[in-house]
Design a protein around this ligand. Structure first.
Ligand code: Z5A
Length: 220
């Protein structure tokens, strides 16, 4: 159980392209939060361990084919199966740091250029999920991403797809809706240490406000 009484924990999402350093930064942020005395838990989407997650994993590894809408709904279901747990942990005072969320869900599906699958359609199944207190968006150009070890073998790991995803992410930030208000852009091309310092400067304030009860309610 958490050690110090707080209004609630914060819900922080880290988003970005393949190789932008999400895993690296989630780890560093959790370490900083922990060292600063906060109760913290890290999660990631897709969560490949659940039955739905295993279907997603098979698709990403090109072992199975799926209709674009069907796989989109599985990614969303994979978040819904964790939603009650996220709320419960936050209400107990744990700050959750989450590697990818519905922002990835929207932009990766919309980047497929399937005319029957718009960004608006892609948002719909995730409506009602816990809204993050802050979304850290790690911005990196495609060339730099490629320099970081090249793309792997998974479904979306191609340059053209990554460039469309990046444009759609940046588009989300300028839409003036809920998503854009929550997102904050960080230059992921800097050293991992500098990126981590910049993220900490912002997120430590957010978590402090949330714990003190002076942030909005979760989900509102
Ligand atoms: N997807 C979707 O379509 N719909 C959804 O709803 C969701 C996801 C949730 C799998 O995601 C795919 O699912 C993904 C989106 C789609 N497809 N793509 N592309 P995933 O999260 O499981 O996998 P990933 O995005 O490919 O994660 P990753 O490869 O582990 O990337 P990362 O976490 O951003 O990077 P990293 O592991 O921290 O760092 C990558 C390398 O760069 C590593 O060698 C580091 O040491 C290095 N690195 C990190 N930071 C730096 C800096 N600052 N400088 C230099 N080098 C660095």
């Amino acid at each position: 159980e958490p050690t110090k009484p707080v209004a609630r924990g914060a819900f922080i999402v880290v988003e970005g392209l393949d190789r932008a350093g999400k895993t690296t930064q989630v780890q560093k942020l959790c370490n900083n939060l922990y060292a600063d005395g906060h109760n913290v838990k890290a999660i990631r989407f897709p969560d490949r361990t659940s039955p739905i997650g295993k279907m997603i994993d098979g698709y990403l590894q090109r072992k199975t084919e799926m209709d674009d809408h069907a796989i989109h709904l599985l990614f969303s279901a994979n978040r819904w199966e964790k939603a009650a747990w996220i709320k419960e942990q936050i209400s107990k005072g744990y700050t959750i740091v989450c590697d990818r969320y519905y922002y990835s869900g929207m932009v990766y599906s919309a980047a497929k250029h399937n005319p029957a699958l718009s960004l608006e359609w892609a948002r719909t199944p995730d409506v009602g999920l816990p809204r993050p207190d802050r979304v850290v968006f790690l911005n990196l150009d495609a060339e730099e991403a490629e320099r970081r070890g090249g793309y792997g073998q998974e479904k979306y790991e191609k340059r053209e797809m990554q460039e469309r995803v990046r444009e759609l992410f940046l588009g989300l930030m300028s839409k003036g809706e809920e998503e854009s208000k929550d997102m904050m852009l960080f230059d992921a091309g800097d050293s991992a240490e500098n990126v981590s310092t910049a993220i900490w400067a912002e997120i430590s304030k957010v978590v402090g406000s949330v714990e003190a009860g002076s942030w909005r309610d979760l989900g509102s």
